[in-house]
Design a protein around this ligand. Structure first.
Ligand SMILES: *Cc1c(COP(=O)(O)O)cnc(C)c1O
Length: 361
């Protein structure tokens, strides 16, 4: 099974750890003697409740989620949180700060404008989101109900290398594409959330880590299913949670733990990314999109100089076993998404391919 797998550089859904997939495969018709698949279980059964609890505990341990924070397993998609966040939090002062550094923070900002007065704390659209603003450049509103940012810009290939300082204003962060790729001091945040399909699990699960006290002040018309307090009160089980994805998250977390936890993931992340950035920097053919001090360790965006060469690169790479390297249309060129589960070897081989492609062209 494993020897037929190829290096999949997709932005998401993306590669999952082979050990997690194989474990799921071996348990798919009969989960540990229960006589049924996790897909077939009642979410209220003891056997599933144990999976749920263990997964939540593992995530709490691996991310160092302190007491006083809830971990929610929701189905909204990361995009659903673009609405849930203002609905639940903006009522405090009617205002919020947004740092727009890419596509998803821009969408989140537009959505929030329906519910309150939004201050653009930063907007990197002036240079097609090729950089991350520095702390001194952030325009902060001291009366904001929260400060919103996206730690890794999946489409543009930039990543914040610091946690913004916002005084008493709670930090809200979309970590969809870099969660579990480095240790995070959760106590600095009000909310961390992530769609699971990049670094955690199949699509269908959204993890929300929320500090006690932030929920319960939602706008009166907040839909029931978007109300954090409902989900906190019912431990994410107001309705059927995404059971299979929660189980798969547990298996991914086992793999993270076996590979040194989030610190181990961070070492691997920069081992992969630095290798690729160095190869591209040494090249005379390829150019990087992101500025050097803003580069993402998860999504590497680059171009070969012309649309024809870009297309040729993507085509020939796929033939050589490196798939889904076409960049997003907003940036063009190529994007190599190298999330946690991408083996270092996959990036080594891609670097070799890049060097030979350059020689031939
Ligand atoms: C992929 C992605 C999203 C969108 O996730 P959905 O689950 O498809 O809504 C949002 N934010 C970031 C940073 C992403 O990478």
């Amino acid at each position: 099974m494993s020897d037929q797998r190829i290096y999949n550089f997709a932005a998401g859904p993306s590669m999952l750890p082979l050990s997690a997939l194989e474990r799921a495969g071996s348990e798919i018709t009969n989960y540990r003697g229960s006589g049924m698949s996790v897909m077939e279980m009642s979410h209220r059964s003891k056997v599933f409740m144990d999976i749920f609890q263990e997964t939540q505990d593992k995530l709490r341990r691996l991310m160092g989620v302190p007491e006083g924070y809830h971990i929610l397993f929701l189905q909204t998609g990361a995009s659903g949180q673009f609405s849930a966040i203002p609905l639940n939090l903006i009522g405090k002062t009617g205002r919020a700060d947004y740092a727009v550094t890419g596509n998803f923070s821009s969408l989140a900002c537009k959505e929030a404008q329906k519910y309150g007065q939004i201050n653009l704390a930063a907007d990197t659209g002036d240079r097609n989101h090729c950089y991350i603003p520095r702390q001194s450049e952030l325009k902060l509103d001291p009366d904001a109900s929260y400060f919103y940012y996206c730690s890794n810009n999946t489409i543009y290939g930039t990543e914040w290398d610091y946690v913004p300082e916002t005084g008493n204003v709670p930090l809200v962060c979309d970590m969809s594409s870099d969660i579990l790729s480095m240790p995070v001091d959760v106590s600095k945040y009000g909310i961390i959330y992530a769609g699971a399909q990049k670094n955690m699990s199949p699509a269908g699960l959204t993890v929300v880590i929320i500090k006690d006290g932030l929920a319960g002040h939602e706008l009166p018309f907040t839909p029931l299913m978007m109300n954090y307090q409902t989900m906190i009160d019912k431990d994410s089980m107001y309705n059927t949670p995404p059971c299979w994805c929660i189980y798969m998250l547990g298996l991914t977390l086992d793999w993270v733990e076996e590979n040194g936890g989030t610190a181990g993931m961070e070492r691997l992340k920069w081992q992969r990314a630095n290798m690729l950035y160095e190869t591209l920097e040494q090249s005379k053919l390829f150019q990087l999109h992101a500025e050097k001090d803003s580069r993402s360790g998860m999504n590497v965006t680059f171009r070969a100089g012309s649309d024809e060469l870009d297309a040729k690169f993507v085509r020939e790479a796929a033939e050589a076993g490196f798939v889904n390297l076409k960049g997003h249309r907003k940036v063009g060129g190529m994007r190599a998404s190298i999330y946690n589960a991408m083996p270092v070897e996959g990036v080594e081989k891609l670097c070799e391919f890049i060097r030979t492609f350059e020689k031939r062209n």
